[in-house]
Design a protein around this ligand. Sequence first.
Ligand code: DNO
Length: 347
Amino acid sequence: MKLSFRWYGESDPVTLQYIRQIPGMRSVVSAIYDVQPGGVWSRESLKKMKETVENNGLLFDIVESVPVPEDIKLGRGKAKEYIENYKENIRRCAEVGVKCITYNFMPVFDWTRTELDRQAPDGSTSLVMYWEQMKNLNPLTDDIHLPGWDSSYSQSEVRELISAYSELGEEGLWKNLEVFLKEIIPVAEECGVRMAIHPDDPPYPIFGIPRIITCEENLDRMLKIVDSPANSLCLCTGSLGCAKSNDVVKMVRKYSAMDRIAFMHMRNVAIMDDGSFEERAHLSSCGSLDMYEITKALVETGFDGYVRPDHGRMIWGETGKPGYGLFDRALGAAYINGLFEACEKER
Ligand code: DNO
C-alpha cells in the first residue's frame, strides 16, 4: 500500500516538513485550490505543487479532489463545458505524474456534521452528527449554516439547488453520473489515471436531497456504468461505516478482490442507537469498525493502492482545520502501518 497524507497546500498549518517525519509516509494527497469548481487547473500550479512536495522528500501522484460542479451533477447550464474542462484537468494531472484522482458526486454539500469540535470525556474533540440537532432543520425555510458547508453559496442559492435536486431525484442523478463517467473515464484510461469516487458522507439522503454513492447495491451499479479499473472507488470506511446496514469489511474484500479500490480512506466512527455518529480515534476498540479486519481484507486480496489516515480528532492542544490536524492523523498513520505490517507478516 502507498501511505499518503492529505495536505491542503501552502496555507495548511500542517507542514510538509512535519508530514515527512511520519514513519513510512510516502506521498501527499492534495489539489489546486486557486480555481473554482468547473475551471481548468494551470499547468504552472500543478508543476509547482509537484516540485514543492518532492523538495520535501515526498511524492505527489494522487489528487483529492477535482470537484464536480453542480451543473454537471444537475445536467444543466454549463455541464458540457465543465465536462470538457474536467477532462483537461485529468490530462494535466497526468502530465505531472498523477495516477489517481478522487472526486465525489454529492449534491450541494460534501460531508455533513452538526458539530466539528464535540468534546469527548478525554478532552479531545472531533466531528459528530447528531440527529437530535438535525431533525428540526428545514433548509428551505431556515437559514442553515452547518459547519463545514460551502460558504460560497448564499442561502437563496442553497435553496434553489435543493429544490433542483429534489426535482431531479435519484434516477436523474444516476443519469447525470452516467453521462459524466462515459465522458471522462475513456480520458482517464488513456492517461493512465484511476478515478476514485468518494462515497456520500453520510451515505443516505439529507433534507430530501438524493444521495446515490451509499451502499453495496449502488456501488455495484456505479462500477458497472463503465467496467474499467479507471472507474474505481475511494473506499472511505468512516463514510460507508456510519450506516449500520453497510458491512464495510465485506465491501472492502469484495471491491479489492475486483481491483476496484484505488484509494482507501481509513478512519473509525461510533454509531449511536438512533443513527447519530461520532468520529473517533482510528483504533478498532474506539469505534464501531473493525480496522484489523478491514486491513486483513485488503492484504489478503493483494491491495496495492493508496491509503490515507482520514479525519483525526484534535488532541494535545492542536488547533486547525477540523479533522485535519497533524497529531491524531499521525497516530492513525502509525496504527495503519502496524496493521499492515502484522497482516502482511501473518500471510
Ligand atoms: C472529508 C473528505 C471529503 C473528500 C471528498 C472527495 O474530509 O473525505 O471531503 O475529500 O468528498 O471528493
